[in-house]
Ligand binder design. Structure first.
Ligand code: SF4
Length: 335
C-alpha cells in the first residue's frame, strides 16, 4: 500500500477517536502516503499529526486523486461520494441496528464494551494495522502549550465542557453552577468554561449563578478549536458532558468526570485510555432514548440528568483533581 486515505468527516469526538488508528497505519506503512479527509471545522485537530502526510477537507479534496486503499470510518452517503477514489475500500461497520434495538426495544446485543477507537481499527485489520494500546493524541506546538498554561493562576485548574449539540446530552446549566459553587467553597482552583459559539448562552446561564465570579473564566465561543485544546492540555481535570471536547481532554490523558444523560456506554464513546468516572442514572428504564441526543426529553422529567446529584459531581471532581496531583508528583519524582 503506497497511498492510503482515511475518511472521517466529523464530528470532533469521532475524529479524535480515529487518531490511534492513524498511528497504527503509520507504524504498519512507514513509507506510505497516508492522508485524512475531514470537514473543514475538524481539520485543525489533526494538524501536526506525524502519522499523516496531508489533511484534506471536503472543500480541498480533489476527486481525481487515486488511493490504493480508502478506510471509510464514516460509512454513510456523504463519505461514499469520496471513497470512490480507492482501489480497495475498507469500511467501518457501524452496526446501527444494535443501537436501534437498544434505543427502541432496550435489547442489548452490544456485548462487552469496545471503544469506537477500537471499532475503527477493525476496519483496517485486513491491512495488517494493529493498535498499540495507547490513547488518542493531538499535537500542539510549544506556543500553543504556553497559551493554555498562561491562564493558570492557582495550583489547580478544572476545565468544564458544559455544552453539547443536543439538549438530552447537556447537564442543566443551573446544576453546573450549583456544582461549581460547592466546589469553589471547598477548593481553590481555576475554573474554565470551554465550548463553542453555540454553547455561549449556556455559559452565560452558568456564570449568572456563580458566587465567586472572579474564579470562573468563560472561554466559550472565544477560542479556536486548537486554543480550546490547549486549555484542556493545561487543565488538571475535566468535567464534561458526553461531547467532542471530552475526547479532546482524553487525548491529553486528563482525568475526566463524564456526565451521561440520554446516552449510554454501549455506544462506544467512553473517554479512551484515560482515567475517568461516568456519572449517570443507572437502571433508568427510558435510557437510552436516542443514540445521538434529542432536543427535549420525550418523558418530560429529564431524570437521566436531573437525578444525578451535584454533591456526587463535587466528590468525583475532587477525586479527579487528587488523581492529577498524585500523577504530577510521581512525574516530578521520576524526572
Ligand atoms: S430521562 Fe429518559 S427519556 Fe428523558 S432524555 Fe433522559 S433518557 Fe431520554
Amino acid at each position: 500500500m503506497n497511498r492510503i486515505l482515511v475518511i472521517r468527516l466529523g464530528s470532533l469526538g469521532d475524529v479524535v477517536l480515529a487518531t490511534p488508528l492513524l498511528r497504527a497505519l503509520r507504524t504498519a506503512f512507514p513509507d506510505a502516503r497516508i492522508d485524512a479527509l475531514v470537514k473543514p471545522a475538524y481539520a485543525p485537530i489533526l494538524q501536526g499529526n506525524p502519522a499523516l502526510s496531508a489533511i484534506f477537507t471536503t472543500e480541498t479534496f480533489a476527486s481525481r486523486s487515486r488511493y490504493d486503499a480508502v478506510i471509510d470510518l464514516q460509512n454513510n452517503l456523504s463519505s461514499r461520494r469520496y471513497r470512490r477514489v480507492g482501489e480497495k475500500i475498507f469500511a467501518y461497520r457501524k452496526e446501527n441496528w444494535k443501537k436501534f434495538l437498544l434505543v427502541w426495544f432496550k435489547i442489548n446485543l452490544c456485548g462487552d464494551y469496545r471503544s469506537v477507537a477500537e471499532r475503527y481499527a477493525l476496519a483496517a485489520e485486513p491491512l495488517g494495522a494493529r493498535l498499540d494500546g495507547k490513547g488518542c493524541e493531538i499535537f500542539l506546538s510549544e506556543a500553543e502549550i504556553r497559551f493554555g498554561l498562561s491562564h493558570r493562576t492557582h495550583a489547580s485548574a478544572l476545565a468544564v465542557c458544559f455544552g453539547a449539540r443536543h439538549f438530552t446530552k447537556r447537564f442543566p446549566p443551573e446544576r453546573f453552577a450549583t456544582t461549581l459553587n460547592l466546589l469553589l467553597e471547598r477548593t481553590t482552583l481555576d475554573v474554565w468554561l470551554l465550548g463553542g459559539g453555540d454553547d455561549a448562552p449556556f455559559a452565560d446561564e452558568i456564570l449568572r449563578r456563580i458566587e465567586k465570579k472572579e474564579r470562573v473564566k468563560n472561554f466559550s465561543g472565544r477560542l479556536s478549536l486548537r486554543e480550546s485544546a490547549s486549555m484542556l492540555a493545561a487543565a488538571d481535570a475535566a468535567l464534561s458532558n458526553d461531547t467532542g471536547l471530552m475526547h479532546v481532554a482524553a487525548a491529553f490523558q486528563k482525568p475526566i468526570v463524564a456526565l451521561f444523560g440520554s446516552s449510554v456506554k454501549e455506544f462506544g464513546f467512553l473517554p479512551y485510555k484515560t482515567r475517568f468516572e461516568v456519572l449517570e442514572v443507572a437502571g433508568l428504564k427510558c435510557r437510552p432514548c436516542s443514540h445521538i441526543g434529542r432536543a427535549s426529553c420525550p418523558r418530560k422529567h429529564f431524570k437521566c440528568m436531573m437525578d444525578i446529584p451535584e454533591a456526587r459531581l463535587v466528590e468525583a471532581v475532587e477525586e479527579a483533581l487528587r488523581h492529577a496531583s498524585r500523577k504530577s508528583e510521581w512525574a516530578r519524582d521520576a524526572g
